[in-house]
Design a protein around this ligand. Structure first.
Ligand code: DAK
Length: 260
């Protein structure tokens, strides 16, 4: 597809999607969201790809949120469409079956933070700032922020962030459980790659099933979740990768997982 707003690169089992609107601090318009969705679909279907990284171009922003220019003349019907589009993008990441890492290289505000929260892991540079500032323009989060943020930080902090729109720095976000790691800005790429390569070496079916189980864990009754875990355990225990894992352990070598 023609890519006006994103860059897409594949190497060493990792697909990297870069939101490429640095002049607008990588604000997300409908076209950009659709491009990201097409890239994600490609990465999902590519057997050589085991991990996906989403990041922003430049050194200032992951994404400053939904493109406010796009929302200037929004009608109720268009508003619902925009909200659903962002929600579908986030749902697609959660249902993808491969780990998705957000490499947060600066501001992650509004829809930008919502996109990052839908990812499985978030690694940020020290200069990153995160927030849901929609309230300041008379909005509420519309891409899942009211639902995902409290699951990370609890209702009290989520309400404070959403009601005030205040930004938090990367260290605070890490302490609140919103980030997996914070690294110096000049090391973000290499640290994310290190992390991604580690995940790329793991058995894909076990990753896919544990991702689904963990994503559903907050919505599912514990008895149902336990039953689903046991079913999934039965599946992974019958994979070639499990046999390979045990053989490699006994033979004292590194396993080569094939996703079979
Ligand atoms: N949209 C469009 N352009 C943006 C933008 C945004 N969200 N954020 C920044 N830009 C553009 C600026 O307009 C400016 O462009 P030019 O004027 O140079 O053409 C350029 O990026 C650089 O920005 P600044 O000059 O403002 O840079 P500063 O360093 O001074 O400030 C900032 C950076 C990120 C603090 C500031 O730009 C800012 O406060 N930006 C807005 C952040 C924000 O409020 N983000 C949340 C957007 S609301 C919905 C569904 C979902 C959502 C909403 C509705 N529907 C159901 C309808 C989600 C909403 C959001 O995400």
């Amino acid at each position: 597809m023609e890519s006006r707003n994103t860059l897409y690169e594949k190497s060493e089992k990792i697909a990297t999607i870069t939101i490429n609107r640095p002049k607008a601090l990588n604000a997300l318009n409908a076209e950009t969201a659709k491009e990201i969705m097409a890239r994600l679909e490609d990465a999902k279907n590519d057997e050589n790809i085991r991990v996906i990284v989403i990041t922003g171009a430049g050194d200032r922003a992951f994404s400053a949120g939904a493109d406010l220019k796009m929302m200037k003349d929004v009608t109720p019907v268009k508003g619902v469409e925009l909200s659903r589009l962002g929600q579908q993008l986030c749902d697609q990441i959660e249902a993808l079956g491969k780990p998705v890492i957000a490499a947060i290289n600066g501001y992650a505000f509004g829809g930008g933070l919502e996109l990052a929260m839908a990812c499985d892991l978030r690694i940020a540079s020290e200069n990153a700032q995160l927030g849901q500032p929609e309230i300041n323009v008379g909005l509420i989060p519309g891409w899942g922020g009211t639902q995902r943020l409290p699951r990370f930080v609890g209702k009290a902090i989520a309400k404070e962030m959403i009601f005030t729109g205040k930004r938090i720095d990367a260290k605070t976000a890490e302490r609140l459980g919103l980030l997996n790691a914070v690294v110096p800005a000049d090391q973000l790429k290499s640290k994310v790659k290190e992390f991604a390569l580690e995940l790329a070496g793991k058995p894909p079916i076990a990753i896919k099933l544990s991702k689904a189980l963990i994503n559903n864990s907050t919505e599912t009754h514990p008895d149902v979740g336990m039953w689903q875990e046991a079913e999934a355990f039965g599946i992974v225990a019958s994979t070639e990768d499990f046999k390979e894992g045990v053989s490699a352990f006994l033979e004292k070598r590194k396993p080569q997982f094939k996703g079979k």
